[in-house]
Design a protein around this ligand. Structure first.
Ligand code: MOS
Length: 709
């Protein structure tokens, strides 16, 4: 940590624990979420989804439904307005046609939106939607995801599909130890607490959408393009958001609500049901990964080969870039990585917390554990021996790589020293005990943003930025950042977010939100402080300074810039029932300067908890006959519950991004990375059985056999 930052940390608001500025509103219910904000004259839309997995819509029998009580309209491909979809949006991708609803008669997967029924009340809309008869011409569907499909092909997504250097065959042949295994992760869903919900209305010639999303300017921009509107004619607001995890961008609910509000000339709300979310809002694709590692006798890598396959829909390509993890974490003279996709009659997957890194780190960090076993080298020592000097693929220097520090501090606190590496030997009654570890890394980037900071006449300050607080504590973090830049106590700063009228800003995504927004807020606040005359007066309208970090962010030095972490887990495996229980977890992270230790710890623990869930619980299973999920609901899709999550501790080592005005890197996603591998590696240490397919369910533990107690 630089001395400048150390001083700021000890004297300023950044680095000290603050409860959420909106915390009281949230616990008292004063904070309203998108689906519960009242509007005069509100009508309610309910989506109708396809019951077939592939085919064409033959008819939508609106007539009888329009005669039902309260029903105002039925929108479908036969009467909906045409949308513009031939554009590339803010995130560099075309829109998912799942959101561009009712444009044609094709049905590419089960749960595809085919109609919206609008009524005076949500109950009437539901009743009518359930009564709507839609007939289909069915076609055969293919949802069979598996490794080795002949129609799999390399795909780029947000990074090049393939990287390759060196002679893989030669290095593998010359390796003293080789691991060559396949790892499988299932379809997983975001399952955030708050369902997607939006209300659309026209107000004085402007379209206003009150939504729950990860970026108001992102959603506004998509609506502007899709409905061919003037940019100034669309305003999107999103105040409190009950989780996003990558799923809360433009979806069918906003688009269908806008269509209906335009048609009916009154406010229309569309709220997705939990079941609808399972096919309309993206998910993490299953992956089938093959990892080949070759090492010398000392465990130093000579060969690294990682290939990953994921599924996407037939209408939109999403690459879950699991093979990307080795591109920054581990080097080898022969190094090859490739991401592939196969198109199936399934819903479109999307970004989900640590897209690529979460499943990719499971495979890579489990494979490294297998290599450590074969080399007879401690898993932490193996990783330390394989610390690269430069980016393995990029050749660029690292902008701070504190992975080794995470492992050293983690090992000390977890009590790793003296660990008996032998598997299957620690017994406690009918339980087998084991410990495991894994590395984590996630890119630390920044994106251009704009902000406005106002000095008010009463001595307070107001920050306006179209940031999104999806439960992370972003609003609070920005208050602390602004306070330090203004050199005033945080209590004198109020922060307004979630309004596209505040101008373009990064979304809450890619672990880049807080950093990108803090940069813009710091720039505006710093300039404002310079402008304020000590002892001078502020006019009634205040003094406002605006910032735009496009140039500054664009000039960011090209380096390998990442957050890091070391994950540790201890498990107890019941060999009679096959149940795996995590007893404790520790994550030590190097994730740049920590703005608010209170919410940062919570964010990291949340990621680790999700890692437990990924390792042991989460799995959405598709029925080959219907093409739909068995139980697309939270009764059947098991996420870790309170009783599954024991003592989870997250902490960090000093870290600082030297090129960031505040020193931030990002903590949104690194917490889940490696967490499932640490648990899986602990299960091996407990039982001597490798589980290369997630989740590690009791039946799989029993079937795999292993020692009996
Ligand atoms: Mo996240 S998957 O970058 O919202």
């Amino acid at each position: 940590m630089t001395t400048a930052t150390s001083r700021a940390t000890t004297t300023g608001a950044v680095g000290t624990a603050h409860s959420r500025v909106e915390g009281r509103d949230k616990v008292t219910g004063a904070a309203r979420y998108a689906g519960e904000i009242p509007f005069a004259g509100l009508a309610h839309g309910r989506l109708v989804l396809s019951t077939v997995a592939r085919g064409r819509i033959v008819s939508v029998e609106s007539g009888p439904v329009l005669d039902m009580p309260g029903v105002l309209a039925v929108l479908h491909h036969g009467n909906a307005p045409r949308l513009e979809t031939g554009y590339v949006g803010m995130l560099g991708v075309p829109p998912d046609p799942t959101a561009a609803v009712f444009q044609d008669d094709r049905v590419p997967h089960a749960g595809w939106p085919v109609a919206l029924v609008v009524a005076e009340t949500s109950e009437q809309a539901r009743e009518a939607a359930e009564a709507l008869t839609v007939t289909y011409e069915r076609a055969p569907h293919d949802i069979a995801f598996s490794a080795g499909r002949s129609d799999a092909r390399p795909a780029d997504g947000h990074m090049p599909a393939s990287t390759e250097k060196g002679d893989l065959d030669a290095e593998l042949a010359a390796s003293a130890h080789v691991v060559d295994e396949e790892y499988v992760t299932p379809e997983e869903h975001h399952a955030m607490m708050e369902p997607h919900a939006a209300t659309a209305l026209w107000d004085g010639g402007r379209l206003e959408v009150v939504d729950s999303n990860q970026g108001t300017t992102w959603v506004a921009d998509e609506l502007v393009r899709m409905f061919s509107l003037d940019a100034s004619a669309v305003r999107v607001r999103s105040d409190h958001v009950g989780g996003g995890f990558g799923s809360k961008g433009l979806r069918a609910h906003q688009v269908s609500a806008v269509m209906a509000a335009t048609e009916l000339r009154r406010p229309v709300r569309v709220v997705l049901t939990r079941r609808q979310m399972f096919s309309l809002t993206g998910y993490r694709s299953p992956t089938a990964q093959r990892v080949r590692l070759g090492a010398g006798p000392d465990g130093r890598l000579r060969a690294l080969d990682h290939r990953s396959l994921n599924q996407t829909s037939t209408v939109w390509e999403f690459v879950e870039p699991a093979a990307g993890v080795g591109r920054t974490l581990y080097d080898a003279p022969a190094h090859r990585t490739e991401n592939q996709v196969v198109r199936l009659n399934v819903p479109s997957p999307t970004w989900m917390r640590a897209p690529g890194e979460a499943p990719g780190s499971f495979a890579m960090e489990a494979a490294l554990d297998e290599l450590a076993e074969r080399c007879g080298v401690d898993p932490i020592e193996l990783r330390l021996r394989n610390e690269p000097e430069l980016g393995p693929v990029s050749g660029l220097p690292f902008a701070g790589r504190n992975l080794a520090a995470c492992f050293r501090e983690g090992a000390r606190r977890f009590g790793w020293a003296g660990r008996d590496p032998r598997p299957g030997v620690r017994r406690e009654g009918h339980l087998l005990l084991g410990t495991g570890t894994a590395a984590a890394s996630f890119p630390a980037g920044a994106m251009p943003s704009t902000a406005a900071v106002t000095a008010e006449a009463d001595g307070t300050f107001t920050v306006r930025i179209s940031a999104a607080d999806i439960g992370t504590g972003a609003r609070t973090a920005l208050a602390l950042v602004a306070a330090d830049a203004l050199r005033v106590p945080a209590g004198r700063v109020r922060v307004h977010i979630g309004d596209s009228d505040f101008g373009p800003a990064m979304i809450a995504g890619g672990s880049m939100g807080t950093r990108s927004w803090a940069w813009a807020v710091t720039a505006a606040a710093g300039e404002l402080r310079d402008r304020l005359v000590p002892g001078g007066t502020v006019p009634p309208e205040g003094i406002t300074v605006r910032s735009d970090t496009t140039a500054a962010v664009g000039a960011l030095a090209q380096k390998e810039r990442h957050s890091y972490g070391a994950q540790f887990a201890e498990v107890a495996v019941d060999v009679a029932t096959g149940e795996v229980r995590v007893r404790r977890m520790l994550g030590i992270f190097a994730a740049g300067r920590i703005v608010n230790p209170l919410t940062a710890r919570s964010q990291l623990i949340g990621g680790m908890t999700w890692g437990i869930s990924m390792a042991l619980h989460e799995e959405a299973v598709r029925d080959s006959a219907s093409g739909d999920l068995y139980g697309g609901d939270l009764a059947s899709y098991h996420v870790a519950s309170h009783a599954d999550v024991p003592a989870v501790e997250a902490d960090w080592v000093d870290d600082h991004d030297p090129d960031d005005p505040v020193g931030i890197k990002g903590i949104g996603e690194v917490g889940i990375v490696g967490a499932a591998a640490a648990v899986a590696n602990a299960v091996w240490h407990a039982t001597g059985v490798r589980h290369r397919r997630l989740p590690i369910r009791p039946d799989r533990v029993l079937e795999a056999g292993g020692p009996r107690v």
